[in-house]
Design a protein. Structure first.
Length: 204
């Protein structure tokens, strides 16, 4: 019985090693306070109302895979300041493969690395829509966060955010294995089946 038990358990763990089939890396960013102005555009009569903006940029990036395995892919990203979103184009219906740079409509993401490990990123947003979001925004770069973004519509109303902070904020990077449910179920089934055999033999 002991021999059988010692055989089954390693096999289950060998299959279980396939449970964590990929790595998920999440980057979160907290920018330094912005020296910025928030503008509200009104049409009747045409008026611009400006107020000081007290806040900072927050951002997040989710990646699948790893640099070492050469299978890195962009899963999602998000960036905003005080509820003003810089995402001109939603991302991503399917993961976008890349290396240390991802170029998609409206945004370019550059990953910063040290000794093969991801340590941060820079996000450059660019969009010009006749009606909608118009922006030139850089987040997390050496010069900090630089924001020039506004929304507009045919009625002449909208909002804008303009400012910078002169120095980058802090990126926090966390990595975790991605769980593969099918591999997990296989490993558990084998282990439980082996234990059932051991128990039956013990009852004899």
């Amino acid at each position: 019985m002991n021999k059988l038990f010692k055989l089954i358990v390693p096999i289950a763990f060998m299959l279980g090693s396939g449970v964590a089939t990929a790595q998920v890396t999440t980057l979160t960013y907290e920018g330094n306070p912005l020296d910025a102005t928030f503008v509200t555009y009104m049409s009747d009569p045409p008026t611009e109302v400006t107020t000081p903006f007290n806040g900072s940029v927050i951002a997040s990036i989710t990646l699948d895979g790893s640099l070492s395995s050469n299978d890195l892919a962009l899963v999602s990203y998000d960036a905003s300041a005080g509820g003003f979103s810089f995402d001109a184009v939603p991302c991503c219906n399917t993961p976008i493969p890349g290396d240390t740079a991802f170029v998609i409509p409206g945004v370019t993401i550059y990953l910063a690395t040290t000794n093969g490990a991801i340590t941060g990123a820079t996000l450059d947003f660019y969009s010009y829509q006749t009606y909608g979001l118009r922006e030139t925004v850089s987040i997390g770069g050496p010069s900090g966060d630089n924001i020039a973004a506004e929304t507009s519509n045919p009625f002449g109303t909208g909002t804008g955010l303009y400012g910078s902070n002169g120095s980058p904020g802090v990126w926090t990077v966390a990595s975790a294995p991605e769980i593969n449910p099918s591999s997990s179920a296989t490993a558990l089934t084998l282990l439980l089946g082996g234990l059932a055999i051991v128990r039956r033999r013990n009852l004899r």
